[in-house]
Ligand binder design. Structure first.
Ligand code: GLA
Length: 407
């Protein structure tokens, strides 16, 4: 009898889980790839700057790099177009089309090329009357645009929310999801809805039913200030945000800027570690044609990616925020294990030592845990719950640890 009750309870719980998230089978772990915006913006000057302008050539070159330089094998498999790809007008039938000078072969050909490399192509639309860059918006053309991008073979859509009323988004984003489903093509749907609705003033259970990921907050810029501003916001609002994340539906703190101009080596490691702890989509926005070996090593760290891509899909939380400007972030991962990020917000010049025990983090396995430092690649050894663990963090630096139960 009790078995039947348990089985029924489990079936009911599974049903609840299923009905609470978008069921297109995509993004079971946070999606990974490359996105043009932060690094290449709305550079449409292909006359004076042909190498960097938003054009099919740029996306083909980045696709080559993703496919040939080892990124794809690590999971970075989406190559995503952002704003400024369109012609300024729709055609006579109201269809969107790409700027003919910069994308002379059109998006379908670009998608074929990207697919031939074993990658997926993402594109950008805006729910409102115009994109943020002033190109045609989709508000009156949702079904048409869903059919257009599906016909081109698009695999992911970022739908922005400039020039729209936030109150319209509660029907607009679900409608777009419905029209994309109707096309029969699985398209990963990234919604910017919460970013326009004040970040935490949206019903995240509704979002999870319609979107695979969503931008919650401000655009990332090329600075450590911007990275920490976003990290702080995610920490301050974690009670709302963390429960909203899970397989198929993710909070998106915006792109990885590792490999760009501003972050130091330590700051770069910190952004990558924190995005892994936050179960964030990992979209690099950098120049893969000239990225430094250091940045490449950080972005390609398999152990950090393993934390990011953990199958439980639980978003980590800030569990300690001390007066000493040290933060500890914890992510539950499979097999009763943890990712632990020690984030140093100090700028006083020398590495800072911080000591705690696993008991302080409420770890419960009485025999203790084995700890590995994922950036140094060194095992730290076995820690019983009351053994002191001392980590040394560089200014603006991180120590990322993987902890699993062991005897
Ligand atoms: C908004 C988005 C950015 C980018 C630009 C494009 O600012 O948040 O990520 O897509 O629009 O114009």
């Amino acid at each position: 009898m009790w078995k039947a009750v348990v089985t029924a309870a489990v079936a009911f719980a599974l049903l609840l889980c299923q009905s609470s998230s978008l069921d297109n089978g995509l993004a079971r772990t946070p999606p990974m790839g490359w996105l043009a915006w932060e690094r290449f913006r709305c550079n449409v000057d292909c006359v004076d700057d042909p190498y960097n302008c938003i054009s099919e050539r740029l996306f083909m070159q980045m696709a080559d790099r993703l496919a040939e330089d080892g990124w794809k094998e690590l999971g970075y498999n989406y190559i995503n177009i952002d704003d400024c790809w369109m012609s300024m007008d729709r055609d006579e039938q109201g269809n969107l089309y790409a700027n003919k000078t910069r994308f002379p072969n059109g998006i379908k050909k670009l998608a074929d090329y990207v697919h031939s490399k074993g990658l997926k192509l993402g594109i950008y639309l805006d729910f409102g009357t115009h994109t943020c860059g002033g190109y045609p918006g989709s508000i009156k053309y949702l079904q048409k645009d869903a059919e257009t991008i599906a016909g081109w073979g698009i695999d992911m859509l970022k739908m922005d929310g400039c020039y729209a009323n936030v109150s319209d988004m509660s029907w607009g984003y679900p409608d777009m999801e419905m029209y994309m489903n109707k096309t029969g093509r699985p398209i990963l749907f990234s919604c910017s809805w919460p970013a326009y609705a004040g970040g935490i003033k949206v019903d995240y259970s509704v979002l999870g039913k319609h979107c695979n990921a969503w931008r919650n907050y401000d655009d990332i810029q090329d600075s450590w200030d911007s990275v920490t501003h976003i990290i702080d916001w995610f920490g301050d609002n974690q009670d709302v945000l963390a429960p909203a994340a899970g397989p198929g539906h993710w909070n998106d703190p915006d792109m990885l800027i590792v490999g760009d101009y501003s972050l130091s080596y330590e700051e770069s490691k910190a952004q990558m570690a924190m995005w892994a702890i936050l179960a964030a989509p990992l979209f690099m926005s950098n120049d893969l044609r000239s990225i430094s070996p250091e940045a490449r090593t950080i972005l390609m760290n398999k152990e950090v990616i393993r934390i990011s891509q953990d199958s439980l899909g639980m978003q980590g939380r800030r569990v300690i925020k001390g007066d000493n400007k040290i933060e500890v972030w914890l992510r539950d991962i499979e097999y009763s294990s943890y990712g632990i990020a020690f984030l140093n917000r100090r700028t006083d010049g020398m590495p800072y030592n911080f000591t705690l025990t696993l008991q302080d983090l409420n770890f419960t396995y009485l025999k203790g845990y084995h700890l590995d430092d994922l950036y140094s690649g060194q095992p730290l050894g076995h820690f019983e719950l009351n053994r002191n663990l001392t980590v040394s963090m560089a200014p603006n630096g991180v120590v990322l640890i993987y902890a699993y139960p062991s005897e």
